[in-house]
Design a protein around this ligand. Sequence first.
Ligand SMILES: Nc1ncnc2c1ncn2[C@@H]1O[C@H](COP(=O)(O)OP(=O)(O)OP(=O)(O)O)[C@@H](O)[C@H]1O
Ligand SMILES: [Mg+2]
Length: 227
Amino acid sequence: MNDVIDARNLIKRYQVGEDAVRALDGVNLRVAEGELAAITGPSGSGKSTLMHVIGCLDVPDEGEYYLAGENVAKLSSDRLANIRNRRIGFVFQTFNLLPRMTSLENVELPLMYAGLRHGVRERAVVALERVGLQNRMFHAPNQLSGGQRQRVAIARALVTDPALILADEPTGNLDTHIGEEIMQLLLELHAGGRTILIVTHEPDIAARCRRQIHIRDGRIVEPAGGG
Ligand SMILES: Nc1ncnc2c1ncn2[C@@H]1O[C@H](COP(=O)(O)OP(=O)(O)OP(=O)(O)O)[C@@H](O)[C@H]1O
Ligand SMILES: [Mg+2]
């Protein structure tokens, strides 16, 4: 199997006034195609920073990062945006849907950004059906429940057929049983061959992932035998 993620010695520093923080302090991480992994760790340990670098929202100060075989650590922001759009689907704690658009329009957006001219609507419909929202296509986000909004966000993440789905606390704003349904959906996508990384504070959610990646002080302290 190919590695979707191959990151070597990632370092990311933030300077705030006199203080330098090493948000990533030499992260090595390989994730194979089709893996489902939970990223856990204390608040401030660098989980979101790692997701941003892995998700091509940001570049590391040092280190190498191959995404689906492509060296992306030193690309310009334009090139990075292009790769992000093609290769990565994001799911956020706060859903991040555009409020004035319907579910369908929200899911169509990544395809529009990718410059697709044909089949946009059809693909968005298929993605919404996949998450069980075929009867909520024309609802706006404020006409949906939290769980439904997160399903729209997952459909939006899926629609480009990305190499990697990144979810940062996808169940953090949801009631436990709704969070459980969202996790079930992510497990189904994993069973269908998707590569998924989930940042979570919830032990129940992390426990359902076969691989656990623990991060502390900007370093991975993965349990032996992981990966
Ligand atoms: N834009 C920034 N500027 C300065 N420091 C930052 C910035 N983003 C993150 N940091 C610092 O980097 C470290 C890691 O932050 P990060 O957001 O990755 O943590 P986290 O593990 O996601 O925490 P949480 O569980 O609370 O979301 C923290 O010490 C934080 O203060
Ligand atoms: Mg975070």
